[in-house]
Design a protein around this ligand. Structure first.
Ligand SMILES: [Zn+2]
Length: 242
């Protein structure tokens, strides 16, 4: 495994903390690293000088040959990194070097997105469908809870079912199961675009992507729009069992 050394300053005591991280994780060769990414332990360190816990994120290419998944984690942790983030450069570099067909190749910028992509692939789901489903359930959520803001929504597997976890600005976390009917209706309606992201094209499939697709489709056929929101959803508070 190819490793790289990083040095960061401990915000607690100012000591230089040196960590060694893999640059490429191949899950078939190093299965334990899948667990380390999914639990977040890969990015959690302790300052050897003062003992403070530190989250230190580092670039990783995560490759799972069985799931046909390749995720490039390019962390953005500051305004400076956001300004210099060169998605087109990353995209062409990957596409020049990786030619295996039928892969989901993603670029993500946060640990949560990295974990989410791995979980979605684990359960055989299409991440484009999941991103669009977030909008469907967000609409339902805002009708039920018009005064509560939602900061983030992530896919999670709960009780052997597919769920979305809503991180809300009232300090609570709420979950809702993704109805198979809703999932399948989205998959059918958006079939062209959700299949296209599994053809080894490099994509950022997140909120912006889903919004672009929803807008493009609602322009194309406005009469079918209501069909995916016929679910009878139930939101549950999940704070207590976290
Ligand atoms: Zn320290």
């Amino acid at each position: 495994m190819e490793n790289k050394k990083y040095t960061v300053k401990c915000p607690g005591c100012g000591a230089d903390v040196e960590v060694t991280r893999p640059v490429i994780i191949n899950v078939q060769n190093d299965p334990e690293y899948k667990i380390k990414v999914l639990t977040g332990s890969l990015f959690n360190e302790k300052c050897p000088n003062c003992g403070q816990g530190l989250q230190i994120v580092s670039r990783i290419a995560y490759h799972d040959m069985d799931k046909h998944l390749l995720v490039y984690f390019r962390p953005i942790t500051s305004q400076e990194e956001l300004k210099t983030f060169d998605y087109e450069g990353i995209r062409s570099a990957i596409e020049d070097n990786f030619t295996t067909p039928n892969y989901a190749i993603r670029v993500v910028t946060t640990v949560n997105e990295l974990m989410e992509k791995i979980k979605i692939a684990e359960f055989g789901l299409n991440d484009g469908v999941i991103e669009i489903a977030k909008f469907v359930y967000f609409d339902i959520f805002t009708k039920q809870f018009p005064d509560i803001g939602v900061m983030n929504i992530y896919y999670e597997r709960r009780d052997d079912k597919d769920a979305l976890i809503f991180f809300c600005n009232d300090g609570h976390t709420r979950s809702i199961f993704i109805a198979p009917d809703v999932y399948n209706a989205i998959k059918k309606r958006f079939d062209v675009v959700v299949n296209a992201i599994y053809t080894s094209r490099v994509c950022m499939v997140g909120r912006d992507w889903a919004l672009r697709m929803i807008r493009a489709y609602s322009k194309r056929d406005s009469e079918n729009q209501a069909s995916v929101t016929d679910a009878k959803p139930e939101f549950k508070l999940v704070d207590s069992d976290n």
